[in-house]
Design a protein around this ligand. Sequence first.
Ligand code: FES
Length: 272
Amino acid sequence: MPVEVEIDKKSMSADVGQSLFELAEMMQVQVPTSCIKNGKCRECLVEITEGEQFLTPRSAQEEHLKGRFRLSCRARVVSDSGRISCHTLRREAMRIEQHTQHLPTSFHDIPLAPAVSRQGDRIMLDGREIARGRKITQNMGKNLRHLMWPLTEFIEENRGIPEMSEFNKPLHQGVRGLQHLTLLLIAEGQANPHFLAAGATDYCRYFGNILLAYMWARMARVALESVGDPFYDAKIASARFFFKRIFPETVGLAAKIQAGHKPMMEYPEAMM
Ligand code: FES
């Protein structure tokens, strides 16, 4: 009896040697990737919930992974019987899709209130609570740690690679700035909510730049292993463009956040 593989609640029989990524493709389950199954981008993560023993042992590209996480392009079936179950890491998007399934399909009689709204720290979808919190300054910034761990790990991993320094150094500086600005917003915001409000938009833009920088640095890391290939050379050029022409705006954003609310709140009302 062939081994049965379930990915994101879809299942099929699998042959020895097939990777979880290949099986996901056959089941039309979308797996994140930017290296197209080459074991370089580390984006094709899945969490194995059953049958780990029926898969190949961890490859060198998976040494950084802990617990039940595997790269789906590296993990291959080694058994001709049994059951393997896993899921991709796209649960948040799936949750929103599940909620939206029950929304009305006709546009008549739909109130014009926004579908997603906030009530205090509660996040509401169509009047029903779907999550709580999410604000970065909640719990004294603890939520930020989930992002800081992979960022710090990546920066440390690439510190000794000379070709990566043009991407890794500014990313490192930006991440330190993000930590500093988050602490500043928490500290000042507790005393004066205007400080938080005044810096919120710039903080979001700063944050977005850090995430883009992380993505471009990761792409550059993959591309540097295939220098000479026009596709990968174009990736390196794009990463360079981002770090030289776009990312420096974080310096200005940080200055605006640090300037606080006073220049806005002290503006004479009569002059508005
Ligand atoms: S697809 Fe890139 S590491 Fe698996």
